[in-house]
Design a protein. Structure first.
Length: 367
């Protein structure tokens, strides 16, 4: 797959005015490149400047380095994280998240409701409460949520009244219901009660709403999903820090190209610039990455530094001794591939973190 991506990226680079055939090849290359990223069309850039949720930015920085290359493949649950902002635009503790952008083939692994707990209200008289009970319900009857059968409890916990900050509630069953039947999505209801379930009027605890509070504190639904797209057979892993990056030789002349063929198999830089491709409007991070590519010869005898497979060693011997016609020498190809992560706006301007396997050549060998 990586070899196909590298070819497509070379074709996708802008060039001087060219015949219609080259323009057609460029369009086809970009289309194929979108398929590698699991998309039919590039999402449009947000109509207005939009800041991604800080949680998603922090998650990206935890999962990936500055180039988007995965630090540790086991950090994420699944390969996709989607975030959704509340659509109710009200002060009430009712929340609605539109999940139409979740693909039918995505498996919902975990769903979390993130609410920012504001500082408690100042009340008259002595403070009798240090904690209150917060409950999150799935609304079953939109017009009558408090009627019998009007709501279903998803999560409940005691919350301190002495601090502010984020509270996270697991609501996976509700989201699975909504993705299976979109019409069942009647939203969420959050209640605040005393330690024994007694009503508190007014409630001493409030959560930031999507209306009058700072954008960084807006209610957020976060989904961890898996779309089933996994890499092939090569080993994967965290990207090694401080690895040596060989500088490619100039290849402008015939003698230079001949010299390239005589160089041993090794890894060379290959920059992928999303702005150059025309994708910078919807991709938040990274701005590009180093895909690397493998180039060089695999001459007989193959040394251990060329990381040959047993098959490549045998093929090299057969080729050198001319024991069989039509047998070429082994090829210099990636023998370890790493994944990259993209943080981007989808078609509905929701922020998505997605991990793509087999996108960076981690090392090269003779195969």
């Amino acid at each position: 797959m990586l070899g196909t991506v590298l070819l497509l990226l070379a074709l996708a680079k802008p060039a001087c005015p060219s015949p219609a055939g080259v323009a057609s090849r460029r369009a086809e290359a970009l289309k194929r490149l979108l398929e590698v990223f699991g998309m039919e069309d590039p999402p449009p850039p947000p109509a207005h400047f939009k800041k991604p949720p800080q949680y998603m930015v922090d998650l990206f920085n935890t999962v990936a380095n500055a180039d988007g290359v995965t630090k540790n493949p086991d950090i994420l649950e699944g390969n996709t994280v989607r975030s959704f902002l509340d659509r109710t635009d009200s002060e009430e503790m009712r929340f609605l998240f539109v999940l139409s952008s979740v693909a039918k083939n995505e498996k919902i692994l975990t769903a979390e409701l993130h609410l920012f707990r504001l500082w408690p209200r100042v009340t008259d008289g002595p403070k009798r409460h240090h904690f209150c009970q917060v409950s999150v319900y799935q609304v079953l009857e939109k017009e009558k949520p408090d009627s019998p059968g009007g709501k279903k409890l998803l999560a409940a916990r005691l919350v301190s009244l002495q601090t502010s900050g984020w509270e996270v509630f697991a609501i996976t069953p509700a989201v699975r219901d909504w993705t299976e039947d979109e019409s069942s999505n009647q939203g969420l209801l959050v209640t605040v009660q005393g330690l024994v379930g007694s009503p508190l009027d007014p409630p001493p605890l409030q959560f930031a709403s999507g209306r009058d509070h700072h954008e960084s504190k807006k209610p957020l639904l976060v989904l961890f999903t898996d779309d089933g797209r996994r890499g092939a057979s090569l080993p994967t892993g965290g990207f090694p820090g401080g690895s040596h990056v060989p500088v490619p030789k100039a290849a402008g002349s015939r003698s230079a190209r001949s010299l390239d063929r005589l160089q041993p198999c090794q890894r060379h830089p290959l920059s992928v610039d999303f702005e150059e491709i025309g994708w910078s409007g919807w991709i938040i991070s990274p701005r590009g990455y180093n895909a690397f590519h493998c180039k060089g010869s695999c001459p007989f005898p193959l040394g251990e530094n060329m990381r040959p497979t047993n098959h490549a060693t045998v093929q090299s011997i057969i080729n050198a001794l001319k024991l069989s016609e039509g047998v070429s020498s082994p090829c210099c190809v990636p023998d370890k591939l790493y994944s990259i992560n993209l943080l981007y706006f989808d078609d509905d301007e929701n922020v998505v973190l997605k991990q793509y396997d087999d996108m960076v050549a981690g090392s090269c060998g003779c195969h």
